[in-house]
Ligand binder design. Sequence first.
Ligand code: FES
Length: 162
Amino acid sequence: MQNMQPDDLLNRRKFLSGSAKLLVMLSSFSALPCACTNKKKEEGRLDGLVIDQGKLVFDLTESRYRALNTIGAGLKIEITRQEKPLIITRVSETRVAAFSSECTHAGYEILLPEHGILACASGHGGTFDLEGRVLTGPPISNLQSYPSQLTGNRVYVAYPLN
Ligand code: FES
């Protein structure tokens, strides 16, 4: 730099300043929400799951979801690889429940129901009912639940897809 002419130094500064501006612009573009991505999440499919009006839809006539026709049974649904699966249970003739399979004690995964009770895989002794409410500690909070509805042969779950 000591042997550089003043004009060279000026050009170098202009170049570096321009590069920095370009970098800021590029990082801003990646933070902008993509309308096309949001549209896909309103309707269509995600990881093989059907989405309608922003809700996950499970058709109980499909063999992979048939377990939910039995009261007391449940299913685990993989949404993304980063999260623990969603659990859906059949609570009664007319009701289902949907909640996270991440235990509220220390984050271990919750197992599918047996005899109407969901146990935590940790072996700590935590159990939950078919709607994800704590039955026995150590957890003190219910499982994170999501609004769900059974309409005919279809289950709708308002799971946050973003
Ligand atoms: S992590 Fe579930 S009971 Fe401890």
